[in-house]
Design a binder for this molecule. Structure first.
Ligand code: URP
Ligand code: ZN
Ligand code: ZN
Length: 457
């Protein structure tokens, strides 16, 4: 199939110009002014923005967690992602205690097999490090295309590892030029506060918020930055929420250390008032919790200053019936919220249109940096000859309102209900196929491919 996209305003992390794009097969084969090619289809993108498909590197699909499964699986999750202009996502395969990393990968590959609409890969979360696990990194990085490993400094008893294990993982991953990512909050501090509130019978979602104060994240982020410095590994902090943690990263630049940092739309756009809505607040019970307006401002500044590089979603939706499990005890509310579909439109509307970030920065944080860090830049993350034809045609003027009534997530509420946004995804191409045409999905279930990734560049 050959396609010509004409007269669009092409935006990448570095460029902004009007031109035509020729797609042949799965990739982009020419870019230029007034291209004269006979193609099977022509799209007129006059007045539209044309940019690379989004990459969301922080997604939990069909994940068993806190007595439930995240409600979007690889079918509904990748489809919702496509509607929102995200053509590739990286999900988390979680090592079960006593099992190998390879078996986690196998389990998650089977969960996704034949179901995905969009392209995907996995990070592996290492929850049980030992001598035999140590032997697995080389093969995973060099042969399986899994080049990033997630660690948890919280969720004690379930996912958390200690500093010695962290250093051993960093040491191994560094040997093969991979990357270590972290959920950086102090699990012991959190457990101490949880026990305190429970003993006082303080059990509403408000105490979820109070049991994970900024200090718990600042401490763990600083410790992780130091461990990364000691080991020299490529290190990435997921879902950063606050000024204190950001300042730890800022401080590290003074000794010439480079940390890679991700935040999420909820930490840029929402504040802790969401925890003052009675049990309805359970919709926003996630870890770390949503913080203060001053943290929103710090994170936007961090993006502009080049200290925060990626905006993922940490999409981890649970149905309301699952959230209700914690009606009388906030520690039983499954942690996580939906957001995958709305990342690009929210960042355009709240970021670009409100002059918080430039158009180029918008592409950097939604696509290009994730492609670079997670070994996808040979195919994805930009509009260039030879790249996969993962392309979004975006109407920058179209207004709409986010609602659970119209979203494509399998979740019966929205974390952004009633949010009015300007800018809407119109068409999405995935590897040369028109995948989304306005409100229709045109690729088949199973079109999405598992991609082997390279090491970070
Ligand atoms: O609350 C969250 N974030 N749930 C998903 C798991 C994690 O910590 O990323
Ligand atoms: Zn996390
Ligand atoms: Zn997560």
């Amino acid at each position: 199939m050959s396609i010509l996209i004409k007269n669009g305003r092409i935006i990448t992390a570095t460029d902004d110009y009007i031109a035509d794009i020729l797609i042949e097969g799965e990739s982009i084969s020419a870019i230029g002014k007034d291209l004269k090619f006979e193609t099977e289809k022509v799209f007129d993108a006059s007045g539209m923005l044309v940019f690379p498909g989004g990459i969301d590197p922080h997604v939990h699909l069909d994940m068993p967690f806190m007595g439930a499964f995240s409600s979007d699986d690889h079918e509904t999750g990748t489809r919702a992602a496509l509607f929102g202009g995200t053509t590739m996502l990286i999900d988390y395969a979680i090592q079960a205690k006593g099992n190998s990393l390879h078996s986690a990968l196998e389990t998650w590959k089977n969960r996704a097999k034949g179901k995905a609409y969009g392209d995907y890969s996995f990070h592996i979360a290492v929850t049980d490090f030992n001598e035999s696990v140590k032997e697995e990194f080389k093969d995973l990085i060099e042969n399986e295309g899994i080049t990033s490993f997630k660690t948890f400094m919280a969720y004690k008893g379930a996912l958390m590892i200690d500093d010695k294990q962290m250093l051993s993982i960093m040491n191994e991953v560094k040997k093969y030029a991979g990357l270590v990512a972290v959920h950086a909050t102090n699990g012991d501090m959190i457990d101490y506060l949880v026990e305190k509130y429970k003993s006082q019978n303080k059990l509403s979602p408000w105490y979820h918020y109070l049991s994970q104060p900024e200090l718990t994240e600042t401490e763990a982020s600083g410790r992780f930055v130091d461990l990364a410095y000691l080991s020299g590994v490529n290190a990435y902090i997921v879902h950063m929420t606050c000024e204190g943690a950001l300042n730890k990263v800022r401080e590290a630049t003074k000794r010439n250390q480079k940390m890679l940092v991700e935040t999420c739309p909820q930490y840029l756009l929402l504040d802790a008032s969401v925890y003052k809505k009675g049990f309805d607040s359970a919709k926003w019970v996630m870890s770390p919790p949503i913080r203060e307006k001053k943290d929103n401002e710090s994170l936007w500044a961090g993006i502009r200053q080049g200290l925060v590089h990626v905006v993922g979603t940490d999409h981890c939706p649970f149905m309301w019936s699952d959230k209700l499990k914690g009606k009388d005890d906030f520690t039983k509310i499954p942690n996580g919220a939906p957001g995958l579909e709305h990342r690009i439109e929210l960042l355009f509307s709240e970021g670009v249109r409100k002059n918080r970030i430039s158009l180029n920065k918008f592409i950097e944080i939604t696509s290009t940096n994730a492609a670079n860090f997670f070994g996808l830049s040979h195919k994805k993350g930009t509009i260039a000859v030879g790249s996969d034809a993962d392309i979004v045609i975006f109407d920058p003027e179209r207004k709409h309102t986010i609602s659970a009534k119209t979203h494509h997530h399998r979740c019966d509420y929205s974390a952004y209900e009633g949010f009015e946004v300007t800018g809407k995804v119109k068409n999405v191409f995935l590897r040369g196929k028109l995948a989304i045409d306005e409100d229709k999905v045109l690729v088949e279930k199973g079109y999405g491919k598992f991609l082997k990734r390279k090491t970070p560049c």
